[in-house]
Ligand binder design. Sequence first.
Ligand SMILES: [Zn+2]
Length: 250
Amino acid sequence: MQHVEHMRTAIRLARYALDHEETPVACIFVHTPTGQVMAYGMNDTNKSLTGVAHAEFMGIDQIKVMLGSRGVIDVFKDITLYVTVEPCIMCASALKQLGIGRVVFGCGNERFGGNGTVLSVNRDTCTLAPKSSGGKGYESIPGILRREAIMLLRYFYVRQNERAPNPRSKNDRVLDKSTFPPIEWSKYIDEESFVENFGDGYKAHYVDGTDIFNDKVDWDLIESHHDDIIHELDGQCKSFTLNVRKKPRT
Ligand SMILES: [Zn+2]
C-alpha cells in the first residue's frame, strides 16, 4: 500500500521521540511528485516546555528555512504529510492555511483532533486555504499503521504513570496490547475516496470499522530502537535541498 512505507518512517521517528523522553508523535513531509522526504518533526513540548512545539511545526520551520517564506506557499500543495497522530486543531489550521496537498495519519487524536475527530478543520469553511491550492481544504487519510501509533502512546502513558508521584490505580499501569477501539472511517474520509486510496477489496473495512491490516501489529517496528533515524532523515532532507538548489524555479 502506497502510504505504509512513509508511515513506517514516521513511526520509527516517534519511537525515537519516546526513547528521548518525548511524547511519541512524529511526522515527515514528503514531496508528492518525487516521493522524497523534505522535512521531519517530532514533538518537543516536554523539552521546550511550550505547548505549541508540535511535530508539524518543527517540519514547517525546516521547510521555511529551506525555501524562504514565499517558496513555502508554492511548494505546499505538492506535499503529503505523514503524521503518526491526527493533527490537532491548531496544526490542522496551520497546514490548511499553508495549502498542504494531503495529510495521512495513523490514529485519531481524541481530545484535539482537527481532521474529523473533534473538528474537521481540513474541510470546513472557517479558514481559507491559499489560492495556489485551489482555495479548498486538504484531503486527509486516516488509519495507516493506526495500532502501532496507538501502542507508542500507550507505552508513553504507562511509563508516565509509573513515574508519577501519586500513581493512579494499578490498572492504569498495565500495558494493554490486545484491545483497540474500532475506527470510524466516515468521520475522516468519504467512501469514494476510501476506495480510491485503498482499493475496492478493502471496502468491508470502511463499513466494519476495522483496520486495513486487521489485527496485525508490527511489534518489531515499535519495540526496536531507531537511533539511526535522525541521521537517515537529515541525509534525505539534505539531498532534497540540493536538488531544489540545482533547479532554480523560473
Ligand atoms: Zn498540533
